[in-house]
Design a protein around this ligand. Structure first.
Ligand code: AFP
Length: 333
């Protein structure tokens, strides 16, 4: 049967299994859809309205804030202001969580997100994404976040939005990975692929190759190994777009591996660059649900427990065979 005409909401309401009540999932995903539509619309005209470039501010990560980062964060804040059952937000762009006490009645949730992933691409009309995850809050949590400092295995929902020629929402609620494409003329996300499976190997890898001299020798040897196989079909080529979700999207569909190692040089980024709670843990859940694998190089990303909301760690994510090889080669020492 053709999937044409199955909207995201209809798909949720007919789902077999979810890690949270169907009604809650539908309410949360309706807000994510709204965010996706607003950001998608804005990105097409942002440069004409002078909304690209920097704000002049530095965020909690010590990075320069792009105007679209700040704007994208505001889109989430506005969307979830009336976003029951979501009562807390954790964002790459905010030092501290935002709470909406009015929504904290009964079952309640936190949405964790990177509003504009790959923001160095905003000024060059490059690929961009939004990454999100949902965690259930414990009763009586107040404005604390202790109940949220849990491993990625506690995520109820995880996914991303890819803004490209088509805007797509990719997500999992614990029973496979589904992809929906925005039909702008209808204003609806329509089912495109259901229960997607990531091939166990591919032919493309993504990394910031310019950093290779700062990595552990085993990580360098790993890249050497996957790029120098005799069989052309299994030897890897490099494609890197600078937006994690968009690089990952290629690997979800066609196989491959994304790598952002820690640095071992003096003064280097020992934990790499990517953040656990709203970048790597969400994509790790998508990867595993699609039959892929996600590792810090030493162990499963979904088992890492954060000490703080903006924690980082090295990442090797994608096709199961290639991520397993990275672990076997002890890429992080
Ligand atoms: P931003 O979301 O702050 O732009 O960071 C993007 C990112 O976390 C990830 O999406 C990219 O793959 C990676 O950083 C790019 O980092 P490099 O510029 O160091 O290659």
């Amino acid at each position: 049967m053709s999937a044409r005409g199955i909207t995201l909401t209809r798909h949720i309401m007919t789902k077999r299994e979810t890690t949270l009540p169907q009604r809650d999932l539908a309410l949360i995903m309706e807000r994510i859809e709204f965010v996706a539509k607003r950001i998608s619309r804005e990105l097409t005209i942002a440069s004409l309205g002078g909304e690209t470039g920097f704000t002049g501010q530095t965020n909690v990560q010590g990075e320069q804030v792009k105007k679209l980062d700040e704007w994208g964060n505001d889109v989430f804040l506005e969307a979830f202001e009336h976003g029951h059952p979501v009562c807390s937000l954790i964002s790459e762009e905010m030092d501290e969580p935002r709470h909406y006490p009015g929504s904290c009645k009964g079952e309640s949730y936190c949405v964790l997100y990177d509003p504009i992933d790959g923001s160095s691409n905003t000024d060059v009309n490059g690929s961009l994404g939004t990454i999100f995850a949902v965690k259930k809050r414990n009763a009586g949590h107040g404005n604390g976040i202790h109940d949220l400092l849990t491993a990625g295995t506690e995520q109820a929902v995880a996914g991303y939005i890819a803004y490209g020629p088509a805007t797509q929402i990719v997500y999992t609620a614990g029973s496979g990975v589904d992809i929906f494409s925005l039909d702008p003329s209808l204003g609806e996300f329509i089912l495109w692929r259901e229960n997607v499976k990531m091939p166990p190997h591919g032919s493309v890898y993504a990394t910031n190759q310019g950093n290779i001299g700062k990595w552990h020798p085993n990580a360098r040897a790993y890249i050497d190994r996957i790029t120098s196989r005799k069989d052309k079909r299994t030897s890897y080529s490099l494609r890197y777009c600078g937006a994690f979700a968009n690089d990952f999207h290629r690997f979800l569909l066609e196989g491959g591996v994304y790598v952002y190692p820690g640095e071992v040089v003096e003064g280097g980024k020992t934990k790499g660059k990517l953040r656990l709670m709203y970048e790597t843990a969400p994509l790790a859940m998508v990867a595993e649900q699609a039959g892929g694998r996600a590792s810090t190089g030493k162990g499963r990303i979904l088992e890492v427990r954060p000490a703080a909301i903006h924690d980082r760690h090295p990442v090797y994510i994608g096709s199961a065979d290639e991520v397993r090889l990275a672990e076997e080669m002890k890429v992080e020492g």
